[in-house]
Design a protein around this ligand. Structure first.
Ligand SMILES: [Zn+2]
Length: 455
């Protein structure tokens, strides 16, 4: 424990406790979180487009920001967390057309996948944000936002479409580090003849009469980027403390959000931008076309959702995860060890050198693998000290968000079935050693064998 005390003391000097540092994508530095208003922190995280099930990449993003939400609350901040649903988008319309035979039924698609998303988030231990606005419930705010951009000459109308003029916003490209000339010169996208510049993006997309919503520019629907600017302003204000999302959103989505919001308000849109790294499979980005998309509800049939959460937390949020079955099985045995170790421990909140060290790890850019490492490194000591074990369990459950409930209801997998069959054979042959070995292996897989007495 001496080393831990030393480390806690050292961290205290660097950290002087209660100071949270996050890597800000915009400044490319580690930056202290200092609230814009008193003890209040506004957190906005881009939500999903509910046209399909929630996959491993989504899970990683929302578990990351759930830990951030918990850490901010632990520090005594009064946090308002908002996360949107893009419930009108081309992919939703296509899905409604393909599966229900009618594009107009896209709201049914959205409801199905929003329900499924909520279920998945609950299973992953992610706390619900304070606000989960849907785009389709907020069209008037979006229209007002666009009107204001047109009035300030940051946007223009052509044939019922409205575009944002990226040359009207001097800071364009600051977040992603791209400059306007490169963007213009390198734009390989087919230039829409209506647009002034190839990089201009749609704020409003025109549609046939009497479809979607009526606007000052005719019937139509909002473009993708505008919703986050409008919803962040509506629910959190002109300037927010922390804006988050997956790394793939930096360009163009977040760049466009900044352009829209700052052009409207003249104020800095978000103080700190936090982005989590990708989940890849065999080093390739997950995508439907590659056929390597892993849906969480399917993984949950084989692995307890807490094992998946643990798997994410074993990696620092800024480090890419290359997903593998072996990695997940490793997470299963490690998490099982934790569950078993703390099974008879009653959780109580308390501070001590060890909990402080875990806390410091999280305060330093949410270093979850370090916090977990501290537990395993000191597991023996922890379990020999009741008070210490209670405080560590409290931290694991409430800050890391790992429930530590027994891993019951393990679904049969081909491996478990085969092991059970092998074990039956071993028992029939009275090969007790082999039977015990298999029982231990099954236990590792979360399957507890209870033998009936042999008569
Ligand atoms: Zn967004």
């Amino acid at each position: 424990m001496t080393n831990l005390r030393k480390e806690a003391k050292k961290n205290k000097k660097v950290n002087s406790m209660n100071k949270l540092y996050l890597t800000n994508t915009k400044s490319r530095t580690l930056q202290e979180v200092k609230p814009l208003h008193g003890k209040h922190i506004n957190l906005y995280v881009c939500g999903i487009t509910p046209y399909d099930y929630t996959h491993l990449g989504h899970g990683r993003c929302y578990v990351t920001f759930d830990v951030l939400f918990r850490v901010l609350s632990m520090l005594g901040f009064d946090v308002t967390y908002a996360r949107n649903f893009t419930d009108i988008e081309d992919k939703l319309l296509k899905k409604a057309h393909d599966t229900l035979g009618d594009e107009a039924r896209y709201t049914e698609i959205a409801s199905t996948y929003i329900n499924s998303f909520h279920d998945t988030m609950h299973k992953l231990g992610c706390k619900a944000p304070n606000h989960e606005p849907r785009v389709t419930d907020n069209i008037p705010s979006i229209i007002t936002f666009i009107e204001s951009l047109i009035a300030k000459k940051h946007a223009y109308v052509i044939d019922g479409d409205v575009y944002f003029d990226i040359t009207s916003f001097k800071e364009y490209g600051a977040l992603s580090g791209r400059n306007l000339e490169d963007l213009e010169a390198g734009a390989r996208v087919k230039v829409d003849e209506n647009k002034k510049n190839p990089g201009d993006f749609a704020l409003w997309k025109s549609a046939e009469a009497n479809t979607f919503w009526s606007s000052p520019w005719g019937w139509g629907r909002p473009g993708w980027h505008i919703e986050c600017s409008a919803l962040a302003q509506k629910y959190l204000g002109d300037s927010i403390d922390i804006h988050g999302g997956g790394q793939d959103l930096i360009f163009p989505h977040h760049e466009n959000e900044i352009a829209q919001s700052e052009s409207r308000t003249g104020k800095e849109f978000a103080k700190i931008w936090v982005h989590n790294a990708f989940v890849t499979i065999n080093h390739e980005k997950m995508s439907k076309s590659l056929g390597n998309t892993f849906f969480l509800h399917e993984l949950f049939k084989e692995f307890n959702p807490m094992v998946i959460r643990y798997y994410y937390l074993q990696h620092h949020y800024r480090t890419p995860i290359d997903f593998s079955d072996v990695g997940l099985k490793g997470a299963l045995s490690a998490y099982k060890r934790l569950v078993q170790a703390f099974s008879d421990v009653h959780a109580t909140q308390a501070s001590n050198a060890l909990v402080d060290a875990m806390r410091d790890a999280l305060l330093h850019d949410l270093n979850t693998p370090k916090a977990i490492g501290i537990i395993f490194e000191h597991l023996e000591q922890i379990l020999h000290d009741k008070a210490l074990a209670s405080s560590v369990k409290y931290f694991i459950q409430n800050i890391l968000g790992l429930r530590l409930e027994p891993l019951e209801h393990v679904t049969m997998t081909p491996e478990i079935e085969q092991l059970l069959a092998e074990r039956e054979q071993a028992r029939a042959a009275k090969n007790w050693k082999r039977a015990d070995e298999i029982r231990d292996r099954l236990k590792e897989l979360g399957f507890n064998v209870q033998d009936s007495k042999i008569s």
